[in-house]
Design a protein around this ligand. Sequence first.
Ligand code: PLP
Length: 395
Amino acid sequence: MNPGGNDAKSSSSMKLPIYLDNHATTPVDPRVVETMLAYLTSRFGNAASHSHSFGWEAASAVEEARRQIAGLIGASPGEIVFTSGATESDNLAIQGVYDAHSGKSCHIITVVSEHKAVLDTCHHLEKLGCSVTYLPTVSDGLIDLHQLRDAFTPATILVSVMAANNETGVLQPVEEIGKLCRERGVVFHSDAVQALGRVPLDVNAMNLDLVSLTAHKNYGPKGCGALYVRAGTPVAAMVHGGGHEHGMRSGTLNVPGIAGFGKACEISLKEMPEESCRIAGLRNRLRDRLLAEVNDVRLNGSMEHRLPGNLNVSFRGVEGETLMTALKDIAVSGGAACHSDKVEPSHVLKALGLSDDDASSAIRFGIGRFNTEAEIDYVAGRVVEAVKGLRELVG
Ligand code: PLP
C-alpha cells in the first residue's frame, strides 16, 4: 500500500522523492483519512454539546478513540487526556506535576538526550527553583540504571525518560526505570511518541504514570496528541477554560483528529507485530548494504535496543547537509527535524560521545509502513554513490 497512490513495488514504477523521514512525521494512513472525513463533513458536532445528536455523535467518536488509544498501551480509556500534540503533553506532564507540588522543594530526574519539549520544560522549571538532574547516556545511548538509582533524593517528585529516541531510535529500559520509581513512590513520565505503534507499550507492566503520545508519528494527523495520566497522579492543569478532559486540559476537542488518532492506534494494535518485523528487515537490508559498500561508516546508538525502522549513521568526512543536498530525491534528516532550524551538532549524538564532525556527518533514516524493498535498494545505491562521489571531491 502506498498513501501517494503509486505502486512502488518495482523500481520502474517507483515514485520519487522517496520518504524515509518517518521519525519527523508519517504519512496519514488512508484508513485514518477515511475515518476522519466524516467528522470534517456531516458529523461536525462539538463533543461538548450535550443537548443534541450532533454533539452525541462527536462525543461517541471521542470515547471510541479513547478506547482505541488506551487499548494500544494497556490503559483505561478514562486515563487518556487529549492535547494538541506531544509538545503540549510533555509540558503538561512535567509542569503539571511540578505545579501540583508547588510550595515544596522539588527535584526532577531526566536525561540529556531527551526531546527539547522535555529539556526546555525542565530548564524553565529550574528558573522557578526546581532542581533537575540530567543523566548522561552511556556510549550506546542507554542510561545507566545505577546512575539513576544514585540520583534519587528525598525531594525527587518526577523521573522523565523517553521510551525511544527520535534521532537514534534507542530504546531505554522503561520497565526497569518504572520499577525503581514505583519502589520510591516517584511519578514516572515517558515521552513515548516514537515508540507508539512501533514497539509494545504497557503502562501497567512498565509502571508508567504519565505517557506523552502524538498521532502524527503513527500514521495519524498532525496537531492531535494525548497524555496518559494514571488515575490518582497529581497533575495540575496548564490550560484553563471550560473544564474539558477532567479539568486537566480545557478547549474544544479536535474531533476529526481524535477519531483519526484512535483509528491509527486500532490499526497498530492489529498490525504492529508483523509490520515491525518487516520494517526491521528493510532497515537491516539498508544497514548491511551501506556497511558492505562504504568505508568509514559509524552506526550511532545501540543496534540491539532500537526501534525497528531507525538507522542513524555517520559517513566520516562527509558533511550531512552536503550529502542531503546530493540526495534530493530522498527525504532523510540530519538531526532532529523538530528543532532543525538550529544548525548545531545534535545534542543526542554529542551525548553518545560523538565529535562535532561525526555528529555533523550523521544521517537519520526513518523507515515506515509505506516503504518497500525496491525503495530501500534504490536509496542504498544512491547513498553509496553520493558518499563515494563527495569523498572523491575532497580527495
Ligand atoms: N517528543 C518526541 C520524542 C518527538 O519526536 C516529537 C516530535 O518530533 C515530539 C515530542 C513533539 O511532538 P509534537 O510534534 O506532537 O508536538
